[in-house]
Design a protein around this ligand. Sequence first.
Ligand SMILES: C[S@@+](CC[C@H](N)C(=O)[O-])C[C@H]1O[C@@H](n2cnc3c(N)ncnc32)[C@H](O)[C@@H]1O
Length: 268
Amino acid sequence: MVLTEKEFLQIVSFIKQNYGVDLAGKKALVEGRLASVMAKGGYETCSELLARVYKNPLGEEVSTLVNSLTTNHTFFLREPEHFSFLKDTALPELAEKNSMFRDLGIWSAAASSGEEAFTIAMTIRDFFGPEAKKWDTTILATDISTKALTVANAGIYDAERVGNLPAAWLRDYFETQKDGKYKVCDEIRRQVLFRSFNLMSPFNFKRRFHIVFLRNVMIYFDDATKRELLKKVYDAMEPGGYLFIGVTEIIDRKGLDFEMIQPSIYKK
Ligand SMILES: C[S@@+](CC[C@H](N)C(=O)[O-])C[C@H]1O[C@@H](n2cnc3c(N)ncnc32)[C@H](O)[C@@H]1O
C-alpha cells in the first residue's frame, strides 16, 4: 500500500492532534500498519478511511486506527530496577507515611496489555504480604489502545511472556490453563482497574497519586507535548510521590519541582 504525501500528512496530523503520538518521518511504518486496517474495512483509499474517521470521531474506525498505529510493546518486570526501588524504597516510605489511612493512589499511565500494572500489583503484594488485605492499593491502569486493554482485562499470557518471572510469582500469582497459558490470579487481577484514557485529555482524577508509572510512552511525543503532559502528571501527584519514566527517557524538569532520585525515578 502506498499513501500519497497528502494522505500521510493528514494521518500524521490527526494522530498528533488527538493522541500526541508523532508519526512524522515514519511513512513506511504508517503504510505497513494501515494496510490491514484498510483491507479489513474494505477501503480503497486512505482518504476514504479518514473521511469516515472525521465524520464519526468516536466510532469504531478511530479505535481501529489507533489500535493499529500505537506501539504496545511491553513485558513483565520490564526495567526491573524500578520494581526493586518500589519494593525497597518507595513502598516502605509511602506505607509509613500513609499508615493511618492505608490507602495509596497508583497509576500505570500507558499500561498497554497490562504486564506493567500486574508487575506493580505483584510487587505490592510481596511487600505487604498478608497485610495487603488491610490496604487499598488499587492500581488504575490506562491506555488508548482498546486492543491492548482487552488483553489486559483478560490477564491471560502465553508461557513465553511469563518466562522471565521468578518461580514464586508463577506459583503464587498465576493459574496455569489447560492450553498452557498463564492467567493472572483473581487476587492480583482485582487490584488493577483497566480503563481507556487518552493522556492528551484534561486530568480530572478524583484523587492524587502516590506512584505514577509513565514509561516508554513519552518517546512518541514531541518536546512541547511531553512538557504539557508532565505538568499535568505533576499536578495529579501527591507531594512525596514517585514518578517512574522509561530508563532511556529524558525529561525537562524546568518549572516542575521533581527531584531526581535516580535517572528515570523522580520524587515530587
Ligand atoms: C510501548 S507501550 C509502553 C507500555 C509500558 N508502559 C511499558 O513501559 O512497558 C506505549 C503505550 O502507550 C500508549 N499510548 C500512546 N499514546 C497514548 C496516549 N495519548 N494516551 C494513552 N496511552 C497512549 C500506547 O497505546 C501503548 O500501549
